[in-house]
Design a protein around this ligand. Structure first.
Ligand code: NZQ
Ligand code: ZN
Length: 388
């Protein structure tokens, strides 16, 4: 196991009715809040009214930044940072999914930075201060509610990149699984694929002496397989939604990566897909992941895939570990299909191949050469071709 420091100071209120803690949480940081939300789901579900009435009753002054797009844009971040300065905002409140929380984090840092917020995406070291962020999560997927990442798109230059800073870790996050009952089946499925991808990115490598993390990851993957399907079938199944929500948080809050770090592959390949074609992150991952698995299956990884097949898919150990490994990968692809996710780039809406090389160069620029199984431009183009 590698050396590590682990410190993720997000206070979590989990469960039904926990929104009652919102005003107290906000008032710890001030009374002027920027309320950030997406394209309208929180207005439809009534959560917007609940949040506003709580804040008003607590004497909090609210400025709004609505309309955050999935794959949040740098333009919205600039707008939010300007609002924070104009209204002397003290705390940024995100109510929504990963896109809203990520946008809020970038706004929080942008508000305390004198230049263009895109500088912060290009150079994390420039994040030296940020307003506190509080989140109310409405979809299980990214884990943004308990980590320091914010993924921001600049579609003008086909860029989608993450900022990371401990300053961006939300101070408080409210996780009420009931808020996810209204998530459409497609986004529930995409969120499940995203959580599973965070776990795969960690799992398929070897770190000397690490035993605990792979076993925890197997348990979380099994939870996703079981609860993701249930949540798609029965949207108001509280147990499925609750387990999925907590799994999403723990998949990417640094705990599993502590002592077990490594370069991520599928995310490096998916972010260019979103930057060029604005696809849902989890859906892009569902297409790339099984193809990537087949691509990296070999002497270095076969026992990892076989272990995955046995632990997560209950496959019997075959005489030939390659058989178990291949069956495990087929099961993964079949599971995503069962959830209703696309299985090819064409099904994702990408009907041309002319950006493959460009996207591959961008993906490889994120350090794919240092992965457990290194990937080069040719590999990534081959993965795109096989996924087409
Ligand atoms: O915009 P609204 O109207 O809110 O609708 C959203 C959106 O259309 C809808 N939705 C969310 N909660 C809902 C709901 N609809 C009905 N009822 C609810 N309760 O779902 C759609 C998707 O929302 P979004 O926030 O985009 O989804 P997600 O949480 O998957 O976030 C995706 C973004 O996060 C980034 C992705 O790249 C992408 O930009 N990521 C962030 C990470 C992080 N911060 O650690 C890591 C991830 O790997 C990922 O890259
Ligand atoms: Zn992800």
């Amino acid at each position: 196991m590698q050396n590590f420091r682990y410190y993720v100071p997000t206070e979590i209120y989990f469960g039904r009715g926990q929104i009652c803690h919102l005003t107290d949480a906000i008032r710890r940081f001030g009374s002027r809040v920027l309320l950030v939300y997406g394209g309208g789901s929180i207005r439809k579900t009534g959560l917007y009214d609940v949040v506003l009435s709580q804040l008003r009753a607590g004497g909090v002054t609210v400025t709004e930044l609505p309309g955050v797009d999935p794959n949040p844009r740098i333009e919205t971040v600039r707008q939010g940072a300007a609002l924070c300065r104009r209204h002397d905002i003290q705390v940024v409140l995100a109510v929504g999914g990963g896109s809203v929380i990520d946008c809020s984090k970038a706004v929080a840092a942008g508000a305390r930075y004198d230049g263009d917020p895109w500088d912060l995406v290009l150079d994390h070291a420039k994040v030296r201060d940020a307003l506190p962020v509080v989140s109310v999560l409405t979809i299980a997927a990214t884990g943004s509610e308990m980590n320091g990442f914010a993924v921001i798109s600049n579609l003008a230059v086909y860029a989608k990149q993450s900022i990371f800073s401990p300053l961006l870790v939300p101070k408080v996050s409210i996780l009420d699984p009931e808020y996810t009952f209204t998530v459409p089946a497609y986004h529930t499925a995409a969120g499940t694929a995203d959580i599973m991808s965070h776990l795969f990115e960690l799992y398929f490598k070897k770190v000397e002496g690490a035993y605990l993390q792979p076993r925890l990851i197997e348990g979380l993957l099994k939870t996703c397989v079981h609860c993701g399907a249930k949540a798609v079938q029965t949207p108001d199944d509280y147990g499925a939604r609750a387990n999925l929500m907590w799994a999403s948080t723990w998949a990417i809050n640094g705990f599993l990566a502590a002592g077990f770090a490594g370069t991520w592959s599928c995310h490096a390949m998916e972010h260019p897909l979103s930057a060029y074609y604005d696809v849902a992150h989890g859906a892009g991952l569902a297409v790339i992941t099984p193809v990537w698995m087949r691509h990296i299956l070999g002497e270095k990884t076969v026992d990892l895939f076989a272990a995955y097949g046995r632990a997560v898919w209950d496959l019997p150990p075959e005489a030939d570990p390659y058989d178990t490994a291949r069956r495990a990968i087929d099961k993964t692809a079949a599971y995503f299909a069962q959830l209703g996710l696309p299985g090819t780039l064409r099904a994702l809406g990408i009907s041309e191949k002319d950006k493959f090389e460009e996207m591959a160069v961008k993906a490889v620029g994120r350090g794919l050469g240092t992965c457990y199984v290194p990937l080069h431009v040719r590999d990534v183009v081959d993965i795109h071709e096989a996924a087409y």
